[in-house]
Design a protein around this ligand. Structure first.
Ligand SMILES: C[S@@+](CC[C@H](N)C(=O)[O-])C[C@H]1O[C@@H](n2cnc3c(N)ncnc32)[C@H](O)[C@@H]1O
Length: 319
């Protein structure tokens, strides 16, 4: 990175995509098996896949299956196909589940992808939470992992959208360090790949009833940095529907599906919380998704103009 910077060249992860959105965003909310959802989607139509899969650890009835990695490899292959060249893929999970109950964990998926997928591992994000279970036979666990893959080296990343503001006192202190860029410091600092975000408690206001619902702040950071306004975010293990809630609030289109019909009820609760954001959006329920912008990429996709940090245009990224 330093060498690139010295030569005035932007790393592909620092390029920006400027787009515009007109009219309401569209959101498919439907009950479907993950593979059925993926097979319906056009090639190159998705900017971001948020994937929080079952891990065979019996947290619920859906979390128990044979041949876990074989099954997962089928949806990973489909993700590769539906992602745009600027696309990103995040998978939630843990590294400590193997052998506890089932046959799969995040390590098995990363290992499978290393051997079989051309996608690039960009970061392993550590989600560190202060609250959790106690333990006697090992150190009590206080983190989960989120692995981020870019579809190609042109993956989109908007660091400015997620910079962390410094307090006036810290800003003043940091600015004395001549090695640091004062302009970047004003914008805020890189939140790093260790994210301190509290897990939802039983009585959290965000809770809509799903047993493994992720905090909104976590999904927001992913959506803001890895997708852009008017692009489509896909979550085919949607659970509580939090990804579509965030997509509505952030001006992205979304497709959220889950095999469990309860998802429709959970999403109803999400929507009640979203109303205060005064965003213009429309919901697409049922099986006909043809009016969603992901199905008309050439007609409805925002024009994508990619520039490096010096403002030079880089080659077109149409799928
Ligand atoms: C870990 S949870 C996702 C939680 C979600 N990220 C949230 O924050 O609310 C996994 C979800 O996968 C769903 N699921 C399990 N097997 C599935 C399948 N074959 N196709 C689609 N969804 C499935 C379950 O119903 C469950 O809601």
């Amino acid at each position: 990175m330093n060498l690139l910077r010295k030569n005035g060249v932007a790393h592909s992860s620092t390029r920006s995509v400027s787009t515009s959105t007109n009219g309401p965003t569209s959101h498919v909310i439907a009950v479907a098996d993950c593979l059925d959802t993926l097979r319906k989607l056009p090639t190159g139509s998705i900017q971001l896949v948020v994937c929080d899969p079952p891990y065979n650890i019996n947290v619920a009835a859906w979390d128990d299956m044979n041949q876990y990695v074989d099954w997962a490899s089928k949806w990973i292959r489909e993700v590769e196909r539906v992602l745009a060249p600027t696309g990103n893929f995040v998978i939630f999970g843990g590294l400590q589940y193997q052998g506890e109950a089932g046959s799969g964990d995040l390590l098995s998926l990363i290992s499978w992808m290393r051997q079989h997928s051309p996608m690039l591992l960009v970061n392993l994000i550590i989600w560190n939470y202060p609250n959790g279970m106690g333990a006697q036979r090992f150190f009590a666990n206080r983190h989960e992992e989120i692995v981020w893959f870019g579809k190609t080296p042109k993956y989109f990343f908007d660091l400015d959208a997620v910079r962390q503001k410094l307090s006036p006192e810290t800003l003043e202190l940091y600015k004395k360090d001549k090695r640091l860029n004062p302009e970047s410091l004003d914008k805020g600092i890189n939140p790093t790949n260790v994210w301190k975000i509290t897990r939802l408690n039983g009585n959290s206001k965000e809770r809509v009833g799903h047993p493994t619902q992720k905090p909104k702040a976590l999904i927001e950071r992913i959506v803001r940095s890895m997708s852009y306004e008017g692009s489509t975010v896909l979550d085919f293990f949607a659970g509580s529907g939090i990804t579509s809630r965030v997509a509505i609030e952030e001006g992205r289109h979304s497709i959220s599906t889950d095999i469990d019909p309860q998802m429709l009820k959970y999403f109803g609760q999400q929507i009640k919380q979203v109303e205060m954001f005064n965003r213009d959006y429309r919901l697409i329920k049922g099986n006909d998704w043809s009016s969603h912008p992901a199905f008309a990429p050439s007609a409805d996709a925002p024009s994508i103009e990619v520039r490096d940090r010096l403002g030079h245009q880089v080659p077109s990224l149409s799928p």
